[in-house]
Write a protein that binds this ligand. Sequence first.
Ligand code: NAD
Length: 502
Amino acid sequence: MTSTDIKPADNDTALTSVNPATGEVIGTYPIADEDAVRAAVAKARTAAATWGALSYDERKTHLLRWSSRLVADSDEFCRLIHAENGKPLDDAFLELMLALEHIAWAAKNAKKVLSPKKVSPGAFMANFAARVEQRPLGVVGVIGPWNYPVYTPNGSIGYALAAGNTVVFKPSEYSTGIGNFLAEAFAKANPDLPEGVFSTINGYGATGAALVKSGVDKLAFTGSTATGKRIMAAAAENLTPVLLECGGKDAVIVAGDADVKAAADAVAWGATANSGQTCAGVERVYVDRSVRDEFVAEVKKILEKVGPGSGADASYGPMTMPSQVDIVRRHIESALKNGGTAVLGGPESVKAPFIEPVVLVDVDEKSEAVQEETFGPTVTIRTVDGVDEAVELANSSKYGLSSAVYSKKNGLEIARRLHVGATSVNSVLAFAAIPGLPFGGVGDSGIGRIHGEPGLREFARPHSIAVQRFAIPGMALLSYSRTQSTMKLLRKLVPFLHGRHK
Ligand code: NAD
């Protein structure tokens, strides 16, 4: 049996998860129908009364216990990630490590970020004390992808829990075992908590769709732009707020003053690691003509020694989702039809479920390979005459997730010109490993932010409170007892406060 023999379908009562490299069955899970989804949300709502009432310090203790449990079980967990997702064991461990960094950050910073804050009441309301308090939303529904099946959904799960919400998580149908392992570790680490603080529901798109309309207080989605749009439309029916982390077509700019070897090293890794199945992976490169030949030669030299597989010596694994193989092949063919040249690999590099690295140069910018998310171990490299052209082309995308800039002198300045959610300077993907930095995109890459302070605020409801400390005689603005002398005074005060600027 190969991985393409078992394709998830929406019409079964059970979901079978397979190893994408070997086709070996990993587990079978009952599919949650609408009733099961509603029941999970109801249980989470009951648990929210307990979890939401805990102090930030108490929640921190529970979250850190969860982390310690994941560390204790990391060998078993990484073996599962390798088997179900295909990525090498070391990459599985790195993914887990990054997720743990985020859990720790969210757990330790929730109190500071979400504690009540005093606000100045302003001149006309000086007799009031004003404050903003943050309340948990209640139950957060999380729908995740398979490419980083721990790190990516955890950007919502860890932060939503730290902000005092309970979570119902639907893992991708390609990483169901991993998603359940994550939730079971939470329950094992916290036997004193009620069931339903963090639970999973398993299934395909239909189970996700049932979660969207289940009455959750927010839906946090990570996945493709097409699904994100469907979810936003469905969520609109109940005005359920959404956080959407969608696809990308990230560009790297290599300026004339770049450290060319460092840039090539980063591009080679950023384009092909995880089989290129990284939302913020390198898909396009714009390199200055003065360093182009050296850069292309260096990328090629590195990637000639890189290859996929499922053994210990593999640089990266198989394509996790069989249907993605055809998209990658189509993009390579479209690049070659549209003026591009393959300096490494080509259509013959596609050996499903594995794809060897493919480096494409001088591809027409209108080609699918440049416009659409490829999500495979390929990269397009285009020569540009200076930074202005590079910035213009990098920004000519419907996506705007992240980006990178290589320049010894002007990295920050170039970064500021990019219309994206995040940029690494003289590195790739660095922002994703710094928990304090928010992550998310513009345009077709999504709405909202995970990680950092904004990532905690996404899962809290600001509650503004204005407390009248004393009444000012004759200044009752919010009453029919307001007098004409009050209005006379206001007519003098308003020009003084707001009318003096020429
Ligand atoms: P996908 O959109 O096919 O599926 C994502 C999830 O949505 C799965 O759990 C799926 O079962 C569920 N789903 C499908 N149809 C649904 C519906 N109608 N209603 C509710 N849920 C539904 O995406 P994928 O193939 O799993 O993931 C790959 C994509 O994710 C890529 O585009 C990648 O760029 C993106 N991604 C983005 C980020 C980010 O942070 N921006 C991170 C990782 C992956």
